[in-house]
Design a protein around this ligand. Structure first.
Ligand SMILES: Cc1cc2nc3c(=O)[nH]c(=O)nc-3n(C[C@H](O)[C@H](O)[C@H](O)COP(=O)(O)OP(=O)(O)OC[C@H]3O[C@@H](n4cnc5c(N)ncnc54)[C@H](O)[C@@H]3O)c2cc1C
Length: 402
């Protein structure tokens, strides 16, 4: 490859205690958790203009269950707090038996999960982040970490102003793609994605359904083409891709949009519409860090000694994985954490722990861990688990499923 050497004079734009890169569900929870823990200067950088990531820009508007499918609530802390937030201003379809947030309910009365409005959730997230006193910048792409050996001392960004550096004492990589870890040279694992395209369809049937149910959420249909999470429905001849290059992203979204258009091409154009298209590529698993521990499929329903939360398997009732604190950092990197769909986990365990409630919980844990390390002089690897779990419990979290 030919190399062009740039010479840059990069402006130093600010100094923060904690910077969170990426304002998806994991990133907003990390930033808010750090502020609630008393950290003064927390900056949240988002390349788009909406918080929520896949859950809003990506239209993935099904909050997976925070119960185990057998009638027991197992997700607490921000995993549960965000579920309430996704329903604060928009419509939902939460089963009646969970409305008062009980710890147990009938296994036959429906799971503790709901569809929600991505637009109303995004606006609720604005309040969530701003009320906590987090400083934010939209339209700001984190380009690279600045490293002194294994210590991350700041993030280079690009935005309308140009290029700049924000110095940081601790950094949380919530980019969904482990961009910061990868560019810091930390070991990462790249995923392979089935082809999925999800958009909202509105037609005469959905309009009638909204009227009869008296619930506007039915006015749009969650229309998923291609593959489910296990590869069922993956279109023949379409290669699996990682989603970690612009070429991958371009190919993926164009294939998805063509699939959607082909499915509608011959319909009466006055009788249906797509109310909105996703503005973020819908990759499930692009890249995850190699943490001090990687959750394995064999960890199914296993109590892990440093768990920060349990996450229900959305397909199989009674099954869950716990997310260990060790999955949020790479041992050699003292002040870098990740959260969300990039935590260290393999196979089906990765698919389970990265769902929206799991991402909220790992975000909260990463934000708290970074705050505790700054306050008490620990590194990611030396932070005593008991200190983190006590802080999580004080914030409403629960570490184990049983
Ligand atoms: C097809 C599909 C179906 C799914 N179905 C469900 C479901 O039904 N229920 C469920 O609970 N979960 C589901 N998921 C999983 C869930 O949506 C995600 O795993 C979860 O929302 C991930 O959150 P996150 O914050 O880790 O990452 P993301 O949502 O990816 O957020 C990352 C954010 O970082 C920003 N960003 C990225 N790079 C940079 C950068 N360099 N600089 C600045 N900002 C950056 C992005 O713009 C984005 O806002 C599904 C996912 C897919 C793809």
């Amino acid at each position: 490859m030919q190399v062009f050497h740039e010479q840059l004079n990069t402006a130093v734009l600010g100094e923060y205690d904690i910077i969170v890169a990426g304002g998806g569900v994991a990133g907003v929870c990390a930033a808010v958790a750090a502020r609630r823990a008393g950290i003064k200067r927390v900056l949240l950088l988002e390349k788009g203009i909406l918080f929520g990531g896949l859950a809003t820009q990506g239209l993935i508007s099904l909050y997976e269950p925070i119960c185990d499918g057998k009638g027991h609530k197992i997700i607490y802390g921000m995993g549960a707090e965000l579920m309430k937030l996704c329903m604060r201003y928009g419509p939902d379809v939460l089963p009646e038996q969970w409305r008062d947030d009980p710890d147990t309910a009938s296994p036959d009365g429906g799971k503790y999960k709901t569809f929600f409005s991505p637009a109303m959730f995004a606006m609720a997230l604005d309040e969530f982040v701003l009320d906590a006193g987090v400083e934010i910048l939209f339209d700001t792409q984190v380009v690279a970490p600045v490293m002194e050996q294994k210590q991350c001392v700041g993030l280079l960004v690009e935005n309308k102003r140009g290029r700049g550096l924000y110095r940081a004492r601790a950094v949380i990589d919530a980019t969904g793609d482990a961009d910061i870890f990868c560019r810091a040279g930390a070991p990462c694992v790249t995923g392979q994605n089935y082809m999925t395209y999800l958009a909202y369809r509105a037609d005469m049937e959905s309009a009638a359904s909204a009227l009869s149910e008296k619930n506007i959420i039915h006015a749009r249909k969650w229309t998923l083409l291609g593959s489910g999470p296990r590869g069922n429905g993956h279109p023949e001849g379409v290669p699996l891709i990682s989603g970690t290059t612009a070429e991958d992203v371009t190919q993926y979204v164009l294939t998805g949009r063509k699939m959607m258009l082909d499915s509608m091409r011959n319909e009466d154009r006055f009788a249906r519409d797509l109310s909105i298209l996703p503005t973020m590529a819908q990759f499930r698993t692009t890249r995850h860090i190699v943490g001090a521990y990687s959750v394995q499929e064999s960890d199914l329903c296993r109590r892990l000694p440093d768990s920060i939360a349990a996450v229900a398997d959305f397909l199989t009732a009674g099954e869950w994985y716990e997310i260990p604190y060790r999955a949020l950092y790479s041992p050699e990197y003292p002040n870098l954490w990740t959260a969300g769909r990039t935590v260290s986990a393999d196979g089906w365990a990765w698919v389970v722990v990265r769902v929206i409630p799991g991402s909220a919980c790992s975000g909260q844990a990463a934000g708290l861990a970074a705050a505790l390390c700054l306050k008490h002089g620990f590194t990611a690897a030396t932070l005593p688990y008991s200190m983190l779990s006590d802080a999580l419990v004080a914030e409403g979290g629960r570490m184990h499923a049983e």
